[in-house]
Design a protein around this ligand. Structure first.
Ligand code: PLP
Length: 444
């Protein structure tokens, strides 16, 4: 009998015992290609010698020093590295332990900013349907994924949701992608006006939607229009790059490709590559100055924020990415992965859409390609594909269909930045087999 809740609930999961490169090995010796990086975390793969060496070195020196008493060189170094590469204007970093904490901190920074600047009436948060921002109560409230929220709804702060930018389902016949993007962005302005602009605090969005909808990139110009609308009404723009940031889409920050700078930006996952739990919130100068000229500090904090071991992992992972020019590989292998998915899966009558950016790709499955009708969610096609993939030694990230009645089942791919063409071919081949096997269990 186990006392670990995770095992008690998921009795059939294999036990991971070791990891090397792009593979994890279980207790029977079976190897799995980590084609999802867990949940878009393991950007350098497993057991990277340079990261292990940096962690040993930090551990020998000092594991922990509380931020109430000290700052540390390693945390300051990581903040410097993040700001040096960040879009102009984001020049302060708040280090936390993961993605939910990074989003939670961004929401509270937005609120404190308006209190410090004499606009305490600004309290409304606007976010998008089909989004995920984390599982703490504030981040969960921002997320637009109903099944995660329902039972906790009495505990959640009121958040207002607009449509995601989801061209596959929402673009109209004859409408250009650019026009669709502008139409989708218009929902933000409409919602701000409906709520009363002077009471709206922030808009929160993932530049490339991840776990809830399988790597949906925005339409060209969508985020530029979102930025204009936020500026027009004095609303803060919070970008959640917890999943899509830190190089996953081919640029260190995903928003670089949309040519905008947010007021607050949350990162995690690939920041430490899974070697340590770490997240961060980057904030703009004007928010920092509001704190500095007001209360003098950000009224928040966690015991493990700025943890030296986590910061050491962040510095090591980010150093390897720069030194080995891994973003070049993300772009090249991302193009190759996209081409392979189209070539090997594109003809499958149940593959409705293949999309993404860099090594962040999604496949949306549908019952009917013409009408885009999803499969019955009760069939749990995504879970069947995951099971069949695991059988074949492949980890992919599944997500259920008809989220809010608006999409098919999804499979998300987010392999480590070190993948080769051969790895990509194997990944897509095994995925194709898993999809075929899962579909046959439904029709038989
Ligand atoms: N935001 C996004 C976009 C995410 O994908 C996730 C996790 O999947 C989170 C926030 C929450 O991060 P964490 O699970 O590290 O708390």
């Amino acid at each position: 009998m186990t006392h670990l809740l995770h095992r008690s609930i998921h009795a059939t999961l294999p036990v991971a015992v070791s990891g090397a490169g792009i593979e994890i090995t279980d207790q029977t010796g079976k190897r799995y290609i980590d084609a999802s990086g867990g949940a878009a975390v393991s950007c350098l793969g497993h057991g990277h010698p340079d990261v292990l060496a940096a962690l040993h070195e930090q551990l020998d020196r000092m594991a922990y020093a509380h931020t109430g008493f000290f700052t540390t060189e390693v945390a300051e170094r990581l903040a410097d590295m993040l700001v040096e590469a960040a879009p102009e204007g984001l020049d302060h970093v708040y280090l936390v332990s993961g993605g939910s904490e990074a989003v939670e901190a961004a929401l509270k920074m937005a609120r404190q900013y308006f209190v410090e600047t004499g606009q305490p009436q600004r309290r409304h948060v606007i976010a998008r349907r089909q989004s995920y921002h984390g599982n703490t109560l504030g981040a969960l409230a921002a997320g637009g994924n109903e099944w995660r929220r329902t039972q906790f709804s009495p505990l959640l702060i009121e958040t207002h949701h607009i449509a995601p930018c989801y061209a596959y389902r929402e673009q109209k016949d004859g409408e250009s992608l650019e026009d669709y993007g502008l139409r989708a962005a218009q929902e933000l302005e409409d919602k701000i006006l409906e709520l009363g602009a002077e009471e709206v605090m922030a808009f929160v969005a993932e530049p490339v939607v991840g776990a809830t909808a399988g790597a949906i990139p925005p339409a060209p110009g969508y985020f530029r229009r979102i930025r204009e609308i936020c500026d027009k009404y004095g609303v803060l723009l919070i970008l959640d790059e917890v999943m899509c940031g830190m190089g996953r889409t081919g640029s260190l920050y995903a928003c670089e490709q949309d040519d905008i700078v947010p007021d607050l930006l949350s990162i995690a996952k690939g920041l430490g590559g899974g070697y340590q739990p770490i997240g961060a919130t980057l904030l703009s100068r004007r928010i920092f100055e509001a704190f500095a000229n007001g209360t003098g500090f950000f009224q928040h904090g966690h015991t493990y924020m700025g943890h030296p071991m986590a910061a050491a992992a962040g510095v090591a992972v980010q150093t390897v990415i720069r030194r080995d020019h891994l973003l070049d590989n993300v772009r090249a292998m991302g193009n190759f992965l996209s081409a392979q998915l189209h070539e090997q899966l594109g003809q499958n009558p149940h593959v409705g859409d293949i999309r993404g950016r860099g090594l962040f790709m999604g496949v949306e499955l549908v019952r009917d390609r013409e009408t885009k009708e999803p499969f019955d969610p009760a069939l749990k096609l995504h879970a069947r594909i995951k099971r069949e993939a695991m059988e074949r030694g492949l980890m992919v990230y599944p997500m259920g269909g008809t989220i809010n009645g608006r999409s098919g089942d999804h499979i998300l791919l987010a392999p480590p930045f070190i993948v080769t063409e051969k790895d990509v071919e194997t990944i897509v081949n095994r995925l194709g087999q898993a999809i075929g096997a899962a579909l046959s269990t439904i029709s038989s």
